[in-house]
Design a protein around this ligand. Structure first.
Ligand SMILES: *Cc1c(COP(=O)(O)O)cnc(C)c1O
Ligand SMILES: *[C@@H]1O[C@H](CO)[C@@H](O)[C@H](O)[C@H]1NC(C)=O
Length: 410
Protein backbone atom coordinates (compact mmCIF):
# COMPACT_ATOMS: atom_id res chain seq x y z
CA UNK A 1 0.00 0.00 0.00
CA UNK A 2 1.27 3.42 -0.84
CA UNK A 3 2.10 5.83 1.93
CA UNK A 4 -0.79 8.12 1.02
CA UNK A 5 -3.39 5.38 1.15
CA UNK A 6 -2.10 4.28 4.55
CA UNK A 7 -2.18 7.83 5.72
CA UNK A 8 -5.79 8.28 4.56
CA UNK A 9 -6.79 5.00 6.20
CA UNK A 10 -5.22 6.16 9.43
CA UNK A 11 -7.21 9.38 9.37
CA UNK A 12 -10.46 7.50 8.67
CA UNK A 13 -9.68 5.12 11.55
CA UNK A 14 -8.97 7.93 13.97
CA UNK A 15 -12.21 9.70 12.94
CA UNK A 16 -14.24 6.53 13.42
CA UNK A 17 -12.77 5.76 16.83
CA UNK A 18 -13.47 9.29 17.97
CA UNK A 19 -17.09 9.17 16.90
CA UNK A 20 -17.56 5.81 18.62
CA UNK A 21 -16.15 7.37 21.76
CA UNK A 22 -18.77 10.12 21.59
CA UNK A 23 -21.65 7.71 21.22
CA UNK A 24 -23.28 7.84 24.63
CA UNK A 25 -24.17 4.64 26.40
CA UNK A 26 -27.11 4.83 28.75
CA UNK A 27 -29.75 2.41 29.89
CA UNK A 28 -32.65 4.81 30.27
CA UNK A 29 -33.87 7.83 28.41
CA UNK A 30 -33.21 10.53 30.99
CA UNK A 31 -30.47 12.92 29.99
CA UNK A 32 -28.87 16.18 30.94
CA UNK A 33 -27.71 18.17 27.95
CA UNK A 34 -25.11 20.88 28.43
CA UNK A 35 -24.84 23.32 25.57
CA UNK A 36 -21.17 24.25 25.37
CA UNK A 37 -21.95 27.09 22.96
CA UNK A 38 -23.82 28.77 25.82
CA UNK A 39 -20.84 28.27 28.13
CA UNK A 40 -18.68 29.88 25.44
CA UNK A 41 -21.11 32.79 25.00
CA UNK A 42 -21.16 33.42 28.76
CA UNK A 43 -17.36 33.16 29.00
CA UNK A 44 -16.82 35.57 26.16
CA UNK A 45 -19.27 38.03 27.65
CA UNK A 46 -17.33 37.85 30.91
CA UNK A 47 -13.89 38.38 29.41
CA UNK A 48 -15.18 41.30 27.35
CA UNK A 49 -15.32 43.12 30.70
CA UNK A 50 -11.64 42.41 31.41
CA UNK A 51 -8.43 43.76 29.88
CA UNK A 52 -7.14 41.52 27.06
CA UNK A 53 -5.58 38.27 28.32
CA UNK A 54 -6.46 39.01 31.94
CA UNK A 55 -6.03 35.65 33.74
CA UNK A 56 -9.25 33.78 34.57
CA UNK A 57 -9.55 31.03 37.17
CA UNK A 58 -12.62 29.01 36.24
CA UNK A 59 -14.47 27.74 39.31
CA UNK A 60 -15.69 24.17 38.71
CA UNK A 61 -16.48 23.05 42.25
CA UNK A 62 -19.53 20.89 42.93
CA UNK A 63 -19.03 19.01 39.64
CA UNK A 64 -19.07 22.41 37.87
CA UNK A 65 -22.32 23.38 39.61
CA UNK A 66 -23.77 20.06 38.48
CA UNK A 67 -22.85 20.42 34.82
CA UNK A 68 -19.88 18.05 34.86
CA UNK A 69 -16.43 19.21 35.98
CA UNK A 70 -14.40 17.43 33.31
CA UNK A 71 -16.14 18.71 30.19
CA UNK A 72 -16.69 22.17 31.65
CA UNK A 73 -13.02 22.42 32.70
CA UNK A 74 -11.82 21.36 29.26
CA UNK A 75 -14.14 23.92 27.68
CA UNK A 76 -12.96 26.75 29.93
CA UNK A 77 -9.30 25.91 29.33
CA UNK A 78 -9.90 25.85 25.59
CA UNK A 79 -11.55 29.26 25.88
CA UNK A 80 -8.43 30.60 27.58
CA UNK A 81 -8.84 30.11 31.34
CA UNK A 82 -5.43 29.76 33.00
CA UNK A 83 -6.38 28.20 36.32
CA UNK A 84 -9.20 26.05 37.72
CA UNK A 85 -10.65 26.02 41.21
CA UNK A 86 -12.40 23.24 43.09
CA UNK A 87 -13.72 23.08 46.64
CA UNK A 88 -12.00 19.96 47.92
CA UNK A 89 -8.88 17.91 47.17
CA UNK A 90 -10.84 14.94 45.80
CA UNK A 91 -12.44 17.12 43.13
CA UNK A 92 -8.95 18.17 42.04
CA UNK A 93 -7.75 14.56 41.92
CA UNK A 94 -10.83 13.69 39.83
CA UNK A 95 -9.84 16.31 37.24
CA UNK A 96 -6.22 15.11 37.20
CA UNK A 97 -7.40 11.52 36.69
CA UNK A 98 -9.30 12.77 33.65
CA UNK A 99 -6.10 14.21 32.20
CA UNK A 100 -6.48 17.86 33.13
CA UNK A 101 -3.03 19.40 33.51
CA UNK A 102 -3.81 23.05 34.22
CA UNK A 103 -3.09 24.45 37.69
CA UNK A 104 -5.92 23.72 40.14
CA UNK A 105 -6.55 25.60 43.38
CA UNK A 106 -8.40 23.90 46.21
CA UNK A 107 -10.59 26.68 47.63
CA UNK A 108 -11.68 24.85 50.77
CA UNK A 109 -9.88 23.57 53.82
CA UNK A 110 -7.39 20.72 53.70
CA UNK A 111 -6.61 19.26 57.11
CA UNK A 112 -3.14 18.94 58.65
CA UNK A 113 -4.05 15.35 59.57
CA UNK A 114 -5.53 12.81 57.15
CA UNK A 115 -4.57 12.24 53.51
CA UNK A 116 -5.57 15.50 51.84
CA UNK A 117 -2.10 17.01 51.79
CA UNK A 118 -0.53 13.80 50.45
CA UNK A 119 -3.05 13.69 47.61
CA UNK A 120 -2.52 17.37 46.86
CA UNK A 121 1.25 16.80 46.61
CA UNK A 122 0.86 13.68 44.48
CA UNK A 123 -1.56 15.37 42.07
CA UNK A 124 0.08 18.83 42.04
CA UNK A 125 -2.85 20.73 43.48
CA UNK A 126 -2.44 24.25 44.85
CA UNK A 127 -3.67 24.51 48.42
CA UNK A 128 -5.56 27.21 50.27
CA UNK A 129 -3.65 27.71 53.52
CA UNK A 130 -4.61 29.89 56.44
CA UNK A 131 -3.22 28.09 59.46
CA UNK A 132 0.25 27.41 60.80
CA UNK A 133 -0.63 23.79 61.54
CA UNK A 134 -1.45 23.13 57.90
CA UNK A 135 1.63 25.03 56.76
CA UNK A 136 3.85 22.90 59.02
CA UNK A 137 2.13 19.70 57.94
CA UNK A 138 2.71 20.51 54.26
CA UNK A 139 6.40 21.31 54.83
CA UNK A 140 6.84 18.07 56.75
CA UNK A 141 5.22 15.99 54.03
CA UNK A 142 6.86 17.66 51.04
CA UNK A 143 10.46 17.61 52.34
CA UNK A 144 11.76 15.12 49.79
CA UNK A 145 9.81 16.39 46.84
CA UNK A 146 11.57 17.91 43.85
CA UNK A 147 8.83 20.45 43.30
CA UNK A 148 7.58 22.87 45.92
CA UNK A 149 3.94 22.84 46.97
CA UNK A 150 2.14 25.98 45.83
CA UNK A 151 -0.17 27.68 48.26
CA UNK A 152 -2.57 30.61 48.17
CA UNK A 153 -3.15 32.38 51.47
CA UNK A 154 -6.82 32.96 52.29
CA UNK A 155 -7.78 36.22 54.00
CA UNK A 156 -11.16 36.76 55.66
CA UNK A 157 -12.34 40.22 54.70
CA UNK A 158 -15.98 39.88 55.67
CA UNK A 159 -17.60 36.58 54.72
CA UNK A 160 -16.66 35.15 58.14
CA UNK A 161 -16.11 31.69 56.70
CA UNK A 162 -12.46 30.77 56.08
CA UNK A 163 -9.21 32.69 56.26
CA UNK A 164 -6.77 34.65 58.35
CA UNK A 165 -7.98 37.93 59.82
CA UNK A 166 -6.51 40.93 57.96
CA UNK A 167 -4.19 42.05 60.77
CA UNK A 168 -2.76 38.54 61.17
CA UNK A 169 -1.64 38.20 57.56
CA UNK A 170 1.64 40.09 57.90
CA UNK A 171 2.88 37.96 60.83
CA UNK A 172 1.83 34.82 58.90
CA UNK A 173 3.79 35.87 55.81
CA UNK A 174 6.81 36.82 57.94
CA UNK A 175 6.69 33.40 59.54
CA UNK A 176 6.81 31.77 56.10
CA UNK A 177 9.60 34.05 54.95
CA UNK A 178 11.85 33.82 58.02
CA UNK A 179 10.80 30.38 59.22
CA UNK A 180 11.93 27.17 57.56
CA UNK A 181 9.56 26.44 54.68
CA UNK A 182 11.92 25.79 51.76
CA UNK A 183 9.44 23.56 49.92
CA UNK A 184 6.47 25.89 50.05
CA UNK A 185 5.88 28.49 47.38
CA UNK A 186 3.42 31.26 48.18
CA UNK A 187 1.98 31.80 44.73
CA UNK A 188 -1.16 33.67 45.66
CA UNK A 189 -3.27 35.48 48.19
CA UNK A 190 -7.05 35.69 47.98
CA UNK A 191 -10.30 36.57 49.61
CA UNK A 192 -13.97 36.01 48.80
CA UNK A 193 -16.89 38.43 48.57
CA UNK A 194 -20.02 37.93 50.63
CA UNK A 195 -21.76 38.94 47.47
CA UNK A 196 -24.59 36.78 46.21
CA UNK A 197 -27.29 38.04 43.91
CA UNK A 198 -30.05 36.67 46.11
CA UNK A 199 -30.03 39.86 48.15
CA UNK A 200 -30.26 43.50 47.22
CA UNK A 201 -27.39 44.34 44.84
CA UNK A 202 -26.67 47.90 46.02
CA UNK A 203 -26.09 47.08 49.68
CA UNK A 204 -23.94 44.10 48.80
CA UNK A 205 -21.93 46.19 46.40
CA UNK A 206 -21.20 48.58 49.23
CA UNK A 207 -20.12 45.73 51.49
CA UNK A 208 -17.96 44.17 48.76
CA UNK A 209 -16.29 47.51 48.07
CA UNK A 210 -15.33 47.64 51.73
CA UNK A 211 -13.98 44.06 51.56
CA UNK A 212 -11.97 44.96 48.48
CA UNK A 213 -10.42 47.94 50.25
CA UNK A 214 -9.36 45.79 53.22
CA UNK A 215 -7.94 43.13 50.89
CA UNK A 216 -5.93 45.58 48.80
CA UNK A 217 -4.42 47.09 51.92
CA UNK A 218 -3.36 43.65 53.16
CA UNK A 219 -1.92 42.74 49.75
CA UNK A 220 0.09 45.98 49.67
CA UNK A 221 1.57 45.24 53.09
CA UNK A 222 2.53 41.62 52.44
CA UNK A 223 4.10 42.50 49.11
CA UNK A 224 6.58 44.67 51.00
CA UNK A 225 7.73 41.46 52.69
CA UNK A 226 7.41 38.83 50.01
CA UNK A 227 6.75 38.64 46.28
CA UNK A 228 3.34 36.99 46.03
CA UNK A 229 2.46 37.08 42.33
CA UNK A 230 -1.29 36.42 42.21
CA UNK A 231 -3.84 38.36 44.30
CA UNK A 232 -7.47 37.55 43.51
CA UNK A 233 -10.91 38.25 44.92
CA UNK A 234 -13.53 38.73 42.18
CA UNK A 235 -16.21 36.07 41.73
CA UNK A 236 -18.88 36.44 39.04
CA UNK A 237 -20.59 39.36 40.73
CA UNK A 238 -17.27 41.02 41.48
CA UNK A 239 -16.52 41.06 37.75
CA UNK A 240 -20.06 42.05 36.85
CA UNK A 241 -20.70 44.82 39.34
CA UNK A 242 -17.41 46.10 40.80
CA UNK A 243 -15.43 46.76 37.62
CA UNK A 244 -11.69 46.98 37.12
CA UNK A 245 -10.93 47.86 40.75
CA UNK A 246 -11.65 44.21 41.57
CA UNK A 247 -9.82 42.53 38.68
CA UNK A 248 -6.43 42.46 40.45
CA UNK A 249 -4.14 39.74 39.01
CA UNK A 250 -6.82 37.18 38.25
CA UNK A 251 -10.61 36.81 38.46
CA UNK A 252 -12.40 33.78 39.85
CA UNK A 253 -15.87 33.39 38.36
CA UNK A 254 -18.07 30.30 38.23
CA UNK A 255 -21.80 30.83 38.20
CA UNK A 256 -22.16 33.53 35.54
CA UNK A 257 -20.19 31.39 33.06
CA UNK A 258 -22.48 28.47 33.85
CA UNK A 259 -25.57 30.50 33.13
CA UNK A 260 -26.90 31.44 36.56
CA UNK A 261 -27.77 35.06 35.78
CA UNK A 262 -30.61 36.74 33.95
CA UNK A 263 -28.04 38.13 31.48
CA UNK A 264 -26.43 34.72 30.88
CA UNK A 265 -27.42 31.83 28.62
CA UNK A 266 -28.33 28.73 30.64
CA UNK A 267 -26.45 25.74 29.16
CA UNK A 268 -28.35 23.10 31.10
CA UNK A 269 -31.43 21.14 30.10
CA UNK A 270 -32.91 17.96 31.51
CA UNK A 271 -35.25 15.67 29.67
CA UNK A 272 -36.84 12.25 29.93
CA UNK A 273 -39.78 10.32 28.47
CA UNK A 274 -43.15 9.02 29.55
CA UNK A 275 -42.87 5.34 30.49
CA UNK A 276 -46.48 4.41 31.21
CA UNK A 277 -49.92 6.06 31.01
CA UNK A 278 -53.22 5.11 32.67
CA UNK A 279 -56.61 6.42 33.75
CA UNK A 280 -57.00 5.31 37.39
CA UNK A 281 -60.54 4.57 38.57
CA UNK A 282 -62.18 7.14 40.84
CA UNK A 283 -60.87 6.87 44.39
CA UNK A 284 -57.71 4.99 43.48
CA UNK A 285 -54.55 6.25 45.16
CA UNK A 286 -52.02 8.11 42.97
CA UNK A 287 -48.45 7.50 44.11
CA UNK A 288 -47.50 6.90 47.74
CA UNK A 289 -49.78 9.57 49.17
CA UNK A 290 -53.06 8.34 50.58
CA UNK A 291 -54.47 11.85 50.36
CA UNK A 292 -53.97 11.98 46.58
CA UNK A 293 -56.74 10.01 44.88
CA UNK A 294 -58.01 9.83 41.32
CA UNK A 295 -61.18 11.59 40.16
CA UNK A 296 -61.74 8.98 37.50
CA UNK A 297 -61.24 11.42 34.64
CA UNK A 298 -57.51 11.94 34.87
CA UNK A 299 -54.77 10.52 32.70
CA UNK A 300 -51.65 9.91 34.77
CA UNK A 301 -48.20 9.34 33.28
CA UNK A 302 -45.04 8.04 34.92
CA UNK A 303 -41.69 9.75 34.28
CA UNK A 304 -38.49 7.97 35.37
CA UNK A 305 -36.71 10.70 37.34
CA UNK A 306 -36.84 11.03 41.11
CA UNK A 307 -35.09 12.39 44.14
CA UNK A 308 -32.20 9.95 43.71
CA UNK A 309 -31.54 11.91 40.53
CA UNK A 310 -31.58 15.17 42.48
CA UNK A 311 -35.17 16.29 41.88
CA UNK A 312 -36.20 17.63 45.22
CA UNK A 313 -39.27 16.31 47.07
CA UNK A 314 -40.53 19.90 47.45
CA UNK A 315 -41.53 19.71 43.79
CA UNK A 316 -44.17 17.05 44.38
CA UNK A 317 -47.69 18.60 44.17
CA UNK A 318 -46.39 21.99 42.94
CA UNK A 319 -43.86 21.36 40.18
CA UNK A 320 -44.54 21.21 36.45
CA UNK A 321 -42.88 19.58 33.46
CA UNK A 322 -43.30 20.10 29.73
CA UNK A 323 -45.13 17.52 27.64
CA UNK A 324 -46.30 18.38 24.13
CA UNK A 325 -45.16 21.93 24.74
CA UNK A 326 -47.52 22.38 27.71
CA UNK A 327 -46.73 22.75 31.40
CA UNK A 328 -48.41 19.81 33.10
CA UNK A 329 -48.53 19.31 36.90
CA UNK A 330 -46.58 16.80 38.95
CA UNK A 331 -49.07 15.01 41.17
CA UNK A 332 -48.39 13.28 44.47
CA UNK A 333 -44.79 13.27 45.67
CA UNK A 334 -41.48 12.96 43.88
CA UNK A 335 -40.47 9.35 44.49
CA UNK A 336 -36.96 7.96 44.62
CA UNK A 337 -36.74 7.07 40.93
CA UNK A 338 -39.97 8.28 39.37
CA UNK A 339 -42.64 10.91 39.43
CA UNK A 340 -46.24 11.03 38.23
CA UNK A 341 -47.69 13.81 36.11
CA UNK A 342 -51.26 14.63 35.19
CA UNK A 343 -51.41 14.60 31.37
CA UNK A 344 -55.20 14.94 31.00
CA UNK A 345 -54.79 18.33 29.32
CA UNK A 346 -52.44 17.02 26.63
CA UNK A 347 -53.91 13.53 26.18
CA UNK A 348 -53.40 11.41 24.02
CA UNK A 349 -49.96 10.66 25.39
CA UNK A 350 -48.20 7.33 25.00
CA UNK A 351 -45.07 5.74 26.40
CA UNK A 352 -42.06 7.34 24.74
CA UNK A 353 -43.52 10.85 24.67
CA UNK A 354 -40.69 13.36 25.37
CA UNK A 355 -40.72 15.17 28.72
CA UNK A 356 -38.71 18.29 29.51
CA UNK A 357 -37.96 19.05 33.15
CA UNK A 358 -35.51 21.91 32.51
CA UNK A 359 -35.26 23.58 29.13
CA UNK A 360 -37.29 24.19 26.01
CA UNK A 361 -39.99 22.22 24.28
CA UNK A 362 -41.62 23.86 21.29
CA UNK A 363 -42.28 27.45 22.25
CA UNK A 364 -42.46 26.69 25.99
CA UNK A 365 -39.59 26.80 28.43
CA UNK A 366 -38.95 25.90 32.06
CA UNK A 367 -35.81 27.55 33.37
CA UNK A 368 -34.11 26.82 36.66
CA UNK A 369 -35.48 30.12 37.94
CA UNK A 370 -39.03 28.85 37.21
CA UNK A 371 -38.33 25.69 39.19
CA UNK A 372 -37.13 27.83 42.10
CA UNK A 373 -40.37 29.84 41.87
CA UNK A 374 -42.49 26.67 41.85
CA UNK A 375 -40.60 24.51 44.31
CA UNK A 376 -38.25 26.76 46.33
CA UNK A 377 -34.52 26.30 46.82
CA UNK A 378 -31.97 28.18 44.74
CA UNK A 379 -30.79 27.72 41.17
CA UNK A 380 -27.33 26.64 42.40
CA UNK A 381 -28.68 24.09 44.81
CA UNK A 382 -30.98 22.61 42.14
CA UNK A 383 -28.27 22.31 39.50
CA UNK A 384 -25.50 21.07 41.76
CA UNK A 385 -27.74 18.37 43.24
CA UNK A 386 -28.54 16.76 39.89
CA UNK A 387 -26.92 13.44 40.60
CA UNK A 388 -24.27 11.52 38.74
CA UNK A 389 -26.93 8.93 37.93
CA UNK A 390 -28.08 11.17 35.09
CA UNK A 391 -25.88 10.91 31.99
CA UNK A 392 -24.47 14.26 30.86
CA UNK A 393 -24.32 14.90 27.16
CA UNK A 394 -22.35 17.83 25.77
CA UNK A 395 -23.49 19.60 22.66
CA UNK A 396 -21.77 22.06 20.32
CA UNK A 397 -23.54 23.47 17.29
CA UNK A 398 -26.34 20.93 17.85
CA UNK A 399 -23.92 18.02 17.75
CA UNK A 400 -23.00 15.76 20.61
CA UNK A 401 -19.26 16.17 21.19
CA UNK A 402 -18.78 14.33 24.46
CA UNK A 403 -20.75 12.49 27.08
CA UNK A 404 -20.29 11.13 30.53
CA UNK A 405 -22.22 8.48 32.37
CA UNK A 406 -20.61 7.96 35.73
CA UNK A 407 -22.71 4.87 36.40
CA UNK A 408 -21.04 3.02 33.54
CA UNK A 409 -17.51 4.29 34.06
CA UNK A 410 -15.21 2.09 36.05
C1 LIG B 1 -17.83 29.48 44.48
C2 LIG B 1 -16.70 30.36 44.65
C3 LIG B 1 -16.33 31.26 43.63
C4 LIG B 1 -17.15 31.45 42.38
O1 LIG B 1 -18.27 32.22 42.71
P1 LIG B 1 -19.41 32.58 41.66
O2 LIG B 1 -20.32 33.46 42.42
O3 LIG B 1 -20.04 31.30 41.27
O4 LIG B 1 -18.77 33.26 40.53
C5 LIG B 1 -15.20 32.02 43.81
N1 LIG B 1 -14.46 31.89 44.94
C6 LIG B 1 -14.79 31.07 45.95
C7 LIG B 1 -13.93 31.00 47.17
C8 LIG B 1 -15.93 30.28 45.84
O5 LIG B 1 -16.25 29.46 46.85
C1 LIG C 1 -51.04 15.35 50.83
O1 LIG C 1 -50.25 15.33 52.02
C2 LIG C 1 -48.97 15.90 51.92
C3 LIG C 1 -48.27 15.75 53.22
O2 LIG C 1 -48.07 14.38 53.49
C4 LIG C 1 -49.09 17.36 51.52
O3 LIG C 1 -47.81 17.92 51.38
C5 LIG C 1 -49.85 17.50 50.23
O4 LIG C 1 -50.05 18.84 49.93
C6 LIG C 1 -51.19 16.77 50.31
N1 LIG C 1 -51.78 16.77 49.00
C7 LIG C 1 -53.06 17.06 48.75
C8 LIG C 1 -53.50 17.02 47.33
O5 LIG C 1 -53.84 17.32 49.64
Amino acid sequence: MSFYIRFLLLIVMVKCTTSVHYKCVQGRESTMRINLDSVKWNYERLISKLPPKHPVMGVVKGNAYGMGAVAVSRTLLRLGAKYLAVAIVDEGVYLRKHGIKAPILVLGYTAAFGQGIDLAIRYSLTLNVFSIEVLNAIQKKVRNSALPVKIHIKVNTGLSRLGIEPDEVVPFVKLIKYGFYPNIEVEGIFSHFGYSDAIEIESLKKYATQQLKIFKKVVGKVREIMNIPIAHIANSNGVEYLGEEAHLDMVRPGSSILGFRSFAKPPLSLSSIVTDVRKPAAGMQIGYRENVTATGNQWIAAVPLGYADGLRPECGDVGRVLIKGTRVPIVSGIMMDQMLVDVTEVYPVAAGEPVVIIGRQGSSEIRLEDIVKMCGGTEYSWASQLSKRIPRVYVKKNRVVYCENDMLTY
